[in-house]
Design a binder for this molecule. Structure first.
Ligand SMILES: O=C(O)CCC(=O)C(=O)O
Length: 271
C-alpha cells in the first residue's frame, strides 16, 4: 500500500505507523455528543433487529475457551445499521474518517458494509486470529476496516489485538471448519499487540491484517461497529455484500470498464 500523495487528514507518522503495522488508532473521531447519539440509536436498533448467539464456531473454541466459557459465551450481532439509524448513516460519511481512509487506500473511497459486534457481559465471545479477506474477498489490499468504538475497549473487555506487520503477508489460507480462522498454534493470540481504545475512537486496519480479540470478562457490554471501506477500483471477488454498490465517502466514483450500477436492484419483501 504505497502512499505518494501528501496525507490530508493523517500525519506522516500515522501513515508510517500504518504502513509498518497494518493498523492505526484514530483518537476522538466522534465527540461525546456524537457517541451519545450513536449509542442511543444503536441500542434501539439492537432491540429491534439484532440476534444473539454463541458467536463464531469452529475447533478453535476448545483451544481458546474453558468448557464453561465455551458454553456461556455470547455475541450480539447485526449488519447495516446505517439503513436503520440516521446517526449511523452520518457516521459512514464522517469527514475525518473518510479523509483518513483516503490517505491510506484512496484517493477515492467507497463504503462497503457495516457490522455490529457487541460482546455481552462476563462471557462476551472472543474472536480467533483471522484476516477479514475470507469474509468479503477483494482483488487487492486497498480495503480498510474501521472499528468505531461505542464503548471503550480494554484488555479486560476484549479489545482488538493485531499481529503487527501481518498485512504484508497478503491473503492467507484460513481453516474453513466453522467460521474462517487461522490455526491457533501457528497464529497464537499471545503474539498479537493489544489496541485499547476509548469511546469515539476508530481503529483502522487492512483487510489482510491478522487480528482477534479475547473474552469480555467485565460486567458491562463492549459494543464496537465495523465499517468497511474500499477503493472503488478494488473489485469484490466473493462474500458479504457481494455485488452491492456503496455510497462514495471520498472523491467521485471513477468510470470503470464493465462496471455499472443497476437502478432496478431487487428489494425483497416477504409477507
Ligand atoms: O469485535 C471484535 O472483537 C473483533 C472484530 C473482528 O475480528 C472483525 O471485525 O473482523
Amino acid at each position: 500500500m504505497q502512499t505518494v500523495r501528501k496525507p490530508q487528514a493523517l500525519g506522516a507518522d500515522d501513515v508510517a505507523f500504518f504502513e509498518a503495522n497494518g493498523y492505526l488508532r484514530l483518537r476522538g473521531v466522534f465527540d461525546a455528543s456524537e457517541v451519545a447519539d450513536l449509542s442511543e440509536e444503536l441500542d434501539e436498533v439492537i432491540s429491534r433487529f439484532a440476534w444473539t448467539d454463541k458467536g463464531w464456531s469452529g475447533p478453535w473454541r476448545e483451544k481458546y475457551l474453558s468448557p464453561e466459557e465455551n458454553a456461556k459465551s455470547k455475541l450480539t450481532a447485526l449488519h447495516e445499521m446505517e439503513l436503520h439509524s440516521p446517526a449511523w448513516a452520518r457516521a459512514v460519511l464522517n469527514r475525518r474518517l473518510a479523509a483518513s481512509v483516503a490517505d491510506l487506500i484512496g484517493p477515492e473511497v467507497e463504503f462497503h458494509h457495516m457490522t455490529l459486534h457487541a460482546k455481552g457481559p462476563e462471557f462476551g465471545t472472543p474472536f480467533p486470529m483471522h484476516q477479514d479477506n475470507p469474509f468479503y474477498e477483494h482483488s487487492d489490499g486497498r480495503y480498510l476496516d474501521a472499528i468505531v468504538h461505542v464503548d471503550a475497549a480494554t484488555e479486560e473487555n476484549g479489545c482488538l489485538k493485531f499481529l503487527a506487520g501481518s498485512h504484508r503477508l497478503g491473503p492467507l489460507q484460513h481453516v474453513k471448519e466453522g467460521s474462517p480462522h487461522l490455526p491457533p498454534d501457528e497464529y497464537p493470540m499471545e503474539r498479537a499487540v493489544s489496541c485499547p481504545a476509548d469511546a469515539g475512537d476508530v481503529v483502522l486496519f487492512s483487510i489482510y491484517t491478522v487480528h482477534g480479540s479475547s473474552l469480555n470478562r467485565t460486567p458491562r457490554w463492549r459494543r464496537v461497529v465495523r465499517i468497511g471501506y474500499r477503493n472503488p477500483e478494488n473489485l469484490q471477488v466473493a462474500g458479504q455484500a457481494m455485488g452491492r454498490p456503496g455510497v462514495m465517502v471520498h472523491g467521485l466514483r471513477p468510470k470503470l470498464a464493465g462496471v455499472t450500477i443497476d437502478p432496478y436492484g431487487p428489494m425483497k419483501v416477504n409477507r
